[in-house]
Design a protein around this ligand. Structure first.
Ligand code: G6P
Length: 612
């Protein structure tokens, strides 16, 4: 998804902007660009289709020196990826704009501006902003007040960075519906859509609120105005995660690094939340116990991998709390006539906390009667979701760079298990059962490390998939959503068509697809559905299907003709969905490497989908 970096500094900003863009590459994009105010007082710009490296190559040929500038990575929405559509967009060489989000009334504005003599060079919605600003700044010359008038007339979502030839050392920005942070430097100030972009220059950030407008000027001056135009003070927060997260270290890809971080981040997600025999309900916030006591129903809403985490949680929550749970993808939920029984808790899950559909669903839910309140389970402190939900639980995975989510998913599952147990505790769950799961949670990081030790064996297994065009994933119970997540990983990074089915549904359709060209992957932990799963696997074998099974070492499933088995250490049944995710992640990773795809930035996908 699009990324913004901007700077007003006491040094040449070109490399600060370029480094910032590289750090935003993980979000997914198709072109990049930069504009600075040159020492001669002109706006100069470079743009390139493709990777930031292509822009860097252009800059090598023709540098953009200057003390203030704006830069962007674009993920095409209006108009295909092309140089004229890449940001920054300019108007009459006087103003330059970078924009994340979507301007919904751009067509009407474009007609109006065209009638007034403005010539459009791109198909984007963004270009209207540049021309509107040009028109407004002619009225009284002041960029900030022109900008405030312009944003007041924009419908839709935006994070913006703007500079003008007439105002040296000034960048203005605004956010509504898309994230934007101010980086506080020493005598310098920055803007970015994600703090990660600015970690080389500062670890101090102001997270702008909805409707805020900001003006950065010389000597690090930062002025912020709320949606009404009133000057406001916003808290400066120190970024908590170490910068190590932004480099691959010894690993070939971020995804592999993040897979291997799981023992450590699952331990971090548990930290401070486990008592001797139970989960500490207070770790959900001072109001949690009172709120949890009133819960009669739960709605879980999320997108993508986060949605799969919600699907797993339904099995846990219903089992340990007896509370009915509905799980739904945000893009459907937000446009449905939802029925909300009294006492329903709204739970939303998001790695980024900025996914447009998930945020819209949260806002939509909070407008309905009957919801008790909202819990946001999220990985990014200071994100919109965390700020807007009543209660929040951080997943502590640290920045996740690979577009295909891995450690964010298993830490979400860990947080959801904590939530199920906390709610169970308040609702009279059997204390011994809770104590048993809490003890098992303590051993989970070590078990994950053991499973990661299967890496080489899984790499060997992956060779069977590189030439395949389809794959089927099977699971039962809470492992059905794990099978779905396994299929999603394979699709996302290796571009192999993969589908997941609850194993019991096999006879109702997918069995027709099974032959020697259709590998079937299954997870077989030692749970109450094991015998049923074994019969389902026999059905596959009987049709000549090749089976790849990840099985508990104690269940007596061994390799035989047409069945490859990798054994996992025994794990408490409740936690098996977390552990069995890891081999599926490794399998997709190795298949993708064999196929030579762009593992960390798969085609057409974005890390954080901040537009609808
Ligand atoms: C995109 C990402 C997925 C992610 C989904 C939801 O599609 O590529 O990996 O699961 O968005 O993102 P969120 O940040 O809300 O969890």
């Amino acid at each position: 998804m699009c990324g913004i970096v901007a700077a007003v500094a006491q040094r040449n900003v070109q490399n600060i902007l370029l480094e910032g863009l590289k750090r935003l590459e993980y979000r997914g994009y198709d072109s990049a660009g930069m504009a600075v105010r040159s020492p001669e007082g002109e706006l100069v710009r470079q743009r390139a289709v493709g990777k930031v490296a292509a822009l860097e190559a252009r800059l090598e040929g023709s540098a953009l020196p200057g003390l203030s500038g704006i830069a962007h990575t674009r993920w095409a929405t209006h108009g295909r990826p092309s140089e004229p559509n890449a940001h920054p967009h300019q108007s009459r060489d006087r103003l330059a704009v970078v924009h994340n989000g979507i301007i919904e009334n751009h067509e009407q504005l474009r007609r109006e501006l065209t009638d007034q003599g403005y010539v459009f060079e791109s198909e984007t919605d963004t270009e209207v902003i540049a021309h509107l600003l040009e028109r407004e700044s002619r009225r009284d010359g002041d960029l900030l007040s022109a900008f405030q008038r312009v944003v007041a007339g924009l419908d839709g979502a935006y994070a913006l960075g703007v500079m003008a030839v007439d105002e040296p050392d000034v960048v203005v920005g605004a956010r509504k519906g898309s994230p934007l942070v101010v980086g506080v430097g020493i005598g310098e100030a920055f803007l970015a859509s994600d703090p990660l972009a600015l970690l080389p220059v500062t670890d101090r950030f102001i997270y702008l609120r909805e409707g805020d407008v900001v003006r950065l000027s010389a000597n690090g001056r930062i002025e912020i105005f709320d949606a009404e135009g009133t000057a406001v003070e916003r808290e400066v927060q120190t970024f908590e995660h170490g910068d190590g997260a932004a480099s691959k270290g010894e690993y070939r890809h971020f995804m592999l690094k993040e897979i291997h971080e799981q023992p450590a981040v699952i331990a971090a997600a548990l930290e401070g939340r486990l008592g001797d025999r139970s989960v500490l309900v207070e770790s959900f916030g001072p109001d949690a116990e009172r709120l949890f006591q009133q819960v009669r129903q739960i709605h879980i809403v999320a997108c993508g991998t986060s949605y799969h985490a919600g699907m797993v949680a339904r099995y846990w929550l219903e089992r340990y709390t007896g509370i009915p749970v509905q799980v739904e993808v945000a893009s459907e939920y937000r446009y449905r006539q939802v029925v909300v029984p009294q006492g329903t808790l709204f739970v939303t899950l998001s790695q980024s906390g900025e996914t447009a559909d998930t945020l819209a669903a949260l806002r939509f839910a909070m407008e309905q009667d009957n919801y008790l309140g909202s819990l946001g389970i999220c990985n990014v402190p200071g994100s919109s979701l965390v700020r807007e939900a009543d209660l929040s639980l951080m997943t502590q995975a640290g920045p996740e760079i690979g577009v295909a989510s891995t450690k964010a998913f298993t830490t979400q599952l860990t947080a959801l298990m904590l939530f199920a147990l906390a709610l169970g505790r308040v609702r009279g769950m059997d204390e011994d059962e809770q104590a048993e799961i809490v003890a098992a949670l303590r051993t989970l990081p070590a078990l994950c490390s053991q499973v990661l030790g299967l890496d080489e064996a899984i790499e060997r297994l992956s060779m069977a998939f590189a030439e395949k065009h389809h794959a089927l994933f099977l699971g039962r119970g809470a492992h059905f959503p794990i099978a779905q997540e396994g299929a999603l990983k394979l699709k996302e990074i290796s571009y192999i068509h993969a589908e997941a089915y609850p194993a019991g549904e096999l006879k109702h359709g997918p069995l027709a697809l099974v032959d020697s060209e259709m590998p079937v992957i299954s997870v077989a932990p030692n749970d109450e559905l094991l015998d049923k799963l074994k019969s389902n696997l026999q059905e596959v074998r009987a049709r000549g299907g090749e089976l790849y099974v990840f099985a508990d070492e104690n269940v007596g499933l061994n390799a035989s003709e047409g069945i490859q088995v990798l054994h996992l250490p025994h794990v408490h049944e409740a936690l098996a969905p977390i552990l069995y995710t890891l081999p599926l992640q490794l399998l997709s990773y190795h298949v993708a490497v064999l196929k030579g795809t762009d593992v960390d930035q798969p085609r057409n996908l974005a890390k954080s989908v901040t537009v609808e």
